[in-house]
Design a binder for this molecule. Structure first.
Ligand code: UDP
Length: 425
């Protein structure tokens, strides 16, 4: 149902995470889904939503309309070609200029700018210097955490850390997607600044629309087949290696029935292609290539079938500020075994909606998989409880209502500041 109310205009800026592209490949994951789904849900609730991103190919349309009152606008900033996020900072001044020109052309100003990822926060902070607006920011990833876990620190690291600190301390509101992310901001970035916890969400009609039996028939699984599912990008920090090693530790009786399905796209020669090759070689070295199926990139129309057919979904990430895959699987009634890190500690309740294991600990993951597969009745119970948790806490409509409240309060504040400034005394 669409609301007739016109609550106001908002711009969501996501310089590198285009909300209108295919999800599930390098550079396109949770952030793209978040921006797109928040935008669509906010539009349904009466907001006029424009999602801004960088045009990364001449073939891309400048404007994509998603639904009434929600569109993606691609701005020119640097060459119309793919540029990795670590190399984008130099093009941001052009993005700011293009944004201002767009506003001029449309004869509009956005009172709320909600930026996503540190690159966009820089854009938001620049825009705020020259126009009256409230700046809301979601990090999606924190440099301070990321740089602890990788061996090659990019050149842009120092700038990123400075921008992330400045944003936390000066934005009107930071949206942390889990209490764990808030705690990390306080510990590793700054004690100053205004943070509000509003989780990510999922489409609970779509994820949960397919029944387990129908899903298993569709994927031609036999009743004895046991499916462990991984969904996500091919990135070493996603911990696919942990899932693969965990499967190799299972007993031969268990392995005789087991399929590890890995869903996610890759491009040969790119970073995700390298990780795909590495994982493929590992399955061979461990002698479990017959247990592992690379099903490629799946979109959100087919993913509900895979989640519903699976016995368990694994999220073995080294770190995750939120982790959408966990709640998508839970919404489909599938228990989740996740690393006990970040937002996964918030979404997955151990022994109630799945199990948690230390990151990179393939023995602990193996044990957790074995426990759930050994008890189908408990598995179903965990799945039902997982679905209930998502319904209660993580629907996009619920998330959009909370964001909408934040925007309305911010607009009210902006209005009273404006009047105070112009008419006081
Ligand atoms: N995804 C997808 N198709 C795939 C693999 C992943 O649509 O083949 C989606 C997945 O459903 C989820 C998002 O990509 O919505 C990944 O988000 P998450 O927060 O789990 O991880 P991120 O990519 O942000 O690290």
């Amino acid at each position: 149902m669409f609301s007739n109310q016109n609550k106001g205009k908002i711009a969501l800026i996501s310089v590198h995470g285009d909300p209108a592209v295919e999800i599930g490949k390098e550079e396109a994951g949770g952030q793209n889904v978040y921006v797109r789904c928040c935008g669509e849900a906010l539009a349904k609730q009466g907001w006029q939503v424009d999602l801004f991103t960088r045009k990364a190919s001449p073939d891309q349309e400048n404007i994509v309309v998603h639904s009434p009152n929600c569109r993606t606008i691609r701005l020119n900033a640097g060459p119309e070609a793919f540029i990795g996020r670590d190399d984008l900072f130099g093009y941001l001044p052009e993005f700011v200029e293009s944004f201002k020109q767009f506003q001029e052309r449309e004869g509009t100003l956005y009172p709320i700018i909600h930026t996503n990822y540190w690159l966009s926060s820089w854009v938001g902070m620049q825009l705020r210097k020259s126009q009256l607006l409230k700046l809301v920011h979601t990090y999606h990833s924190l440099g301070a955490i990321k740089y602890k876990s990788i061996s090659t620190i990019p050149l842009v690291a120092k700038t990123r850390l400075e921008v992330e600190k400045a944003c936390l301390e000066t934005a009107d509101c930071i949206v942390a997607t889990s209490p764990q992310e808030e705690e990390h901001m306080r510990t590793y970035v700054s004690e100053k600044g205004n943070i509000k916890v509003i989780p990510c969400g999922t489409n609970i009609e779509r994820f949960g629309s397919v029944r387990r039996e129908a899903a298993r028939d569709k994927l031609q699984l036999s009743p004895d087949d046991r499916v462990v599912l991984y969904v996500g990008r091919f990135d070493p920090r996603k911990g696919i290696e942990t899932a693969v090693r965990a499967v190799s530790h299972l007993s031969s009786e268990r392995k005789a029935q087991l399929k590890l399905m890995i869903a996610g796209g890759w491009t040969p020669g790119e970073k995700d292609g390298e990780e795909r090759d590495r994982i493929g070689q590992l399955t061979q070295a461990l002698g479990i290539e017959n247990n592992v199926q690379f099903v490629g990139r799946l979109d959100h129309t087919v993913l509900p079938t895979y989640y519903a057919a699976a016995d368990v979904c694994v999220v073995p990430s080294h770190y995750e500020p939120f982790g959408l895959v966990a709640i998508e699987a839970m919404a489909c009634g599938t228990p989740v075994i996740a690393s006990n890190v970040g937002g996964l500690k918030f979404t997955v309740i151990p022994e109630e909606t799945g199990l948690l294991a230390p990151p990179k600990d393939d023995r602990a993951f193996a044990e957790a998989i074995d426990r759930i597969l050994a008890d189908p009745q408990w598995r179903s119970q965990l799945g039902e409880q997982a679905r209930s948790r998502v319904e209660a806490k993580f629907s996009w409509d619920g998330v959009a209502s909370q964001l909408g409240e934040l925007y309305s309060d911010s607009i009210q504040q902006l209005t009273s500041e404006f009047f105070k400034h112009h008419f006081a005394g």
